[in-house]
Every structure is written in structure tokens, then in C-alpha cells.
Design a protein around this ligand. Structure first.
Ligand code: ZN
Length: 149
């Protein structure tokens, strides 16, 4: 039997072991740090944009498998997208993780849907959304490090 949960697990393990877009961007137009004290996840995002388009995005730092895999998937998901598109992806992703009545639309969410299982573990939701909250603050021009608490 094909088990979709196993597939999700595999993608998370893969993105944790070999995170995409991992490392500093140099030069980076914007840099912001995010911290999840509950788990100890600490990420830094590096971003370049041209007009309202995210031309390059990377991250580094350390954290649990969920936080690293989520950041890796996020950078893949929003690189090349407009700010509006990134915001839409964030909103849908956040709903997916926090509203369990929401059906998981695999076609729309793409690989990000692999993190949907996290919604059964409320304490891990912050691990998965840390990078996203940091990205939003970064795009909003905040300079203060983001904390999930
Ligand atoms: Zn974590």
C-alpha cells in the first residue's frame, strides 16, 4: 500500500538533510532573524527583491527538522514570486496548518502540503511557521528579530 504519510515524512527528512537555498546571500538586500523559543529554532533569512518580486531568498541557522524543512520548502515556494503571491501562499499555508477542517488541496499547495501533518501537533506549528513569520516581517521592513512568543 502506498502511504501518503510516508511520502510526506520522506520529503521532510530530505529537506532537513539537504536544505535548499541554505546559506548567506551576499550581498543581501534584506536580512532578518527569527526565533522560536519553545523549540530553540533560530533562522536567518536573506532576501533580494526587484520591485515587488522576490528575486532571491535563502536562509541559514539551526533548528528542528520541521523548522529547517519548512524554511527550505518556503524558499523554493516563493522565490521568483511577487510579494502578493507570497502573501497568498502564506495565508493558505497558515490556514492549512491551523484549521484542521480545511481540506488539503495538494494541487494548489504543492510540496508545502507535506507539512500539513504538523497541524495534529499544535506545539510544532510554530516550528513550521517561524520562517514564514520572519519572511513577512522582513518584507514589511521590520528590523527587530522575530519571535514566535
Ligand atoms: Zn522546532
Amino acid at each position: 500500500m502506498f502511504d501518503v504519510q510516508d511520502l510526506y515524512q520522506e520529503v521532510i527528512v530530505d529537506h532537513n538533510r539537504n536544505p535548499r537555498n541554505f546559506g548567506k546571500l551576499d550581498p543581501a538586500g534584506k536580512i532578518l532573524e527569527g526565533f522560536n523559543p519553545l523549540c530553540g529554532d533560530r533562522l536567518t533569512l536573506y532576501l533580494n527583491q526587484a520591485g515587488d518580486r522576490i528575486t532571491d531568498l535563502s536562509f541559514d541557522g539551526h533548528g528542528c527538522a520541521i523548522s529547517i524543512a519548512s524554511a527550505s520548502l518556503m524558499t523554493e515556494g516563493v522565490k521568483g514570486k511577487s510579494l502578493q503571491e507570497a502573501e497568498t501562499i502564506f495565508t493558505e499555508f497558515h490556514e492549512l496548518l491551523t484549521d484542521s477542517s480545511q481540506a488539503i488541496d495538494l494541487a494548489r499547495m504543492g510540496k508545502l502540503a507535506v507539512l500539513a501533518g504538523v497541524r495534529d501537533y499544535p506545539s510544532r506549528v510554530k516550528c513550521a511557521t517561524l520562517c514564514w513569520h520572519t519572511l513577512r516581517a522582513l518584507l514589511a521592513g521590520d528590523n527587530a528579530p522575530v519571535s514566535t512568543e
